[in-house]
Write a protein that binds this ligand. Structure first.
Ligand SMILES: Nc1ncnc2c1ncn2[C@@H]1O[C@H](COP(=O)(O)OP(=O)(O)OP(=O)(O)O)[C@@H](O)[C@H]1O
Ligand SMILES: [Mg+2]
Length: 298
């Protein structure tokens, strides 16, 4: 049986963020939900947060899940929410402008508001939410269900080259400088947290085929460059050997097993396997069952 605690909770018991990333459709949302259920069942106050605007957490748990933490019915210690990007942007702007009110004249404030109408504001708002939740003492562990790889990396790549991508326009003005300073500060906080193995577990979900593995591996290499290491790989949709009785399935089984070997070599991280189940993993009954399977209790 796998010791879930040692995989996700550092010895000092610090709050821990767990990220599940990977190519589209590999099972990020499912594995995030299953893991969150498991951690909550183990008694940790767990918060499941989706950063994917297209996420369907509500359908998986068969209950409404909005942008504020909702208690999951039927599991103690579990809350879930999805980041509402638009709302996050409004809140972020409000906070920045609120801080500036009283400090600057109306003219300057108007300019600032204009500057905040920038794509950087969206990124900043997402970071803000991340920091807000990740440093909240309401939960012991936060599981992040992320959007497909490209999106996750866009968020994480920024600090590598942040000045190019995130400079608020009209650099040189007092306002741009002020906004940039705040942005830089925020990045530093996010990146420091992501790099700290006591605070963050970064996991990739793949299925045992070439493309998802290569994509995850590349993303992992990029993350390495900014000091974030991959701590866990989940191989999903693995065909159970006993079901592969025809030539067709035997062949697919062999193919998957080859890729699983490759996976073990490529990533210097433990690999958990999740078999392909005979139905979708929706509803608490199925999530709990999947948790027992993923964490080796069945
Ligand atoms: N091991 C499994 N056995 C059976 N069905 C599974 C398994 N894992 C995931 N599924 C199903 O596969 C579908 C896709 O999974 P999921 O939504 O978790 O992928 P995702 O990586 O989050 O997708 P996206 O990139 O679109 O966010 C879902 O319908 C889910 O129930
Ligand atoms: Mg998803």
């Amino acid at each position: 049986m796998i010791d879930v605690k040692s995989m996700f909770i550092p010895e000092n018991g610090q709050i821990r963020s767990v990220f599940f990333a990977g190519k589209g459709g590999v099972g990020k949302t499912t594995i995030s939900c299953v893991t969150a259920v498991k951690l909550a069942e183990e008694g940790y106050r767990t918060f499941l947060l989706s950063t994917d605007p297209a996420s369907h957490l509500g359908e998986v748990f068969e209950q409404e899940i909005g942008s504020t933490p909702t208690e999951i019915e039927g599991v103690e210690n579990l809350w879930a929410a999805r980041i509402d990007q638009e709302k996050a942007v409004v809140e972020y702007k409000e906070r920045i402008l609120g801080d500036a009110r009283g400090k600057y004249t109306e003219d300057v404030l108007a300019m600032m508001e204009e500057q905040l109408d920038s794509p950087c504001t969206e990124e900043m708002a997402a970071f803000d939410k991340f920091i807000e939740y990740a440093s909240s003492s309401d939960y012991e562990i936060i599981v992040f269900d992320t959007a497909p790889t490209g999106h996750t990396l866009r968020l994480l790549e920024l600090p590598v080259d942040w000045s190019k991508q995130l400079e608020f326009q009209a650099g040189g003005t007092v306002i741009a400088d002020e906004l940039n300073k705040q942005a830089q500060n925020r990045f530093r906080q996010v990146i420091e947290r992501m790099r700290d193995p006591e605070k963050t577990t970064f996991a990739f979900v793949v299925y045992p085929e070439h493309t998802p593995i290569i994509e995850a591996w590349r993303a992992g290499e990029e993350l390495k460059e900014i000091g974030v290491s991959t701590k866990l790989v989940v191989a999903n949709f693995v065909l159970p050997e006993e079901r592969c009785t025809t030539d067709f399935f035997k062949k697919r089984y062999e193919m998957q097993q080859e890729h699983l070997k490759e996976l073990g070599k490529k990533f210097k991280a433990p690999v958990l396997t999740m078999p392909l189940l005979d139905g979708e993993i929706v509803g608490l009954y199925n999530l709990k069952k999947a948790a027992r399977i993923l964490f080796d209790e069945e």
